[in-house]
Design a protein around this ligand. Structure first.
Ligand code: GRF
Length: 202
């Protein structure tokens, strides 16, 4: 999709294995997401997500590990240079700096593997989330896709999908089930976000 022949583009920020990134790239290729991933930026040089980007001919950028300030300055500089229409966080475990939120207000989307506001916030990532859900005896969990605000996991919710927590559930099995749901729903929400928000502005 484009307006005045300028295709819609976005940057994906990752820290880990990048299975959502792979689903997003596939959805761009099939046209489900009417836009292009112009760069993948990772907070970790070891992230498998960087390899996924490279194999799809998408520029892969690793952030410096020297200090939080250096990392965030570099991140903002890179994004300013790339000039995406919006940003997607797909397993980015670092806090997004306010300086980036100021440039992209209501234009940064995150996915979280629980039904926020429960089991969100600092330290709630990876298997920690699913362990906490099981320990709390929850009968349901799920995923939340939301806009990023200056408070961890608290921005406006775009979509939530729930599933039952089975009696014999382990953090790993819950993680697998929720990830499969993420791969299905995240691309569709990004599509809707583009159709409802980004396209109108272009
Ligand atoms: C997902 O569970 C997502 O909800 C969370 O981080 C995980 C990323 O997984 N924010 P992957 O790197 O996309 O495989």
């Amino acid at each position: 999709m484009s307006y005045n022949s300028k295709p819609i583009s976005f940057v994906v920020l990752c820290s880990g294995k990048g299975s959502n990134l792979a689903a997003i790239i596939a959805a761009c290729a099939s046209g489900v997401i009417p836009a292009k991933v112009t760069a993948v930026i990772s907070s970790s040089p070891e992230a498998k997500a960087l390899h996924i980007a490279e194999t799809n001919n998408i520029p892969a950028i690793s952030l410096p590990a020297s200090s939080i300030e250096d990392r965030n300055l570099y991140l903002v500089d890179q994004v300013k240079e790339i000039k995406p229409d919006f940003i997607v966080l797909a397993g980015y475990v670092k806090k997004v700096p306010d300086s980036l939120l100021e440039i992209f207000p209501d234009k940064i989307i995150n996915i979280h593997p629980s039904l926020l506001p429960e089991f969100g916030g600092k330290g709630m990532y990876g298997l920690n989330v699913h362990k906490a859900v099981i320990e709390a005896g929850k009968k349901q969990s799920g995923l939340t896709i939301h806009l990023v605000s200056s408070e961890y996991d608290r921005g406006r919710i775009l979509k939530q999908v729930s599933l039952d927590v089975a009696p014999e559930e382990t953090p790993e099995s819950l993680s697998d089930k929720i990830l499969a749901l993420e791969h299905k729903h995240f691309p569709l929400v990004i599509r809707e976000f583009i159709l409802e928000t980004i396209r109108d502005e272009k």
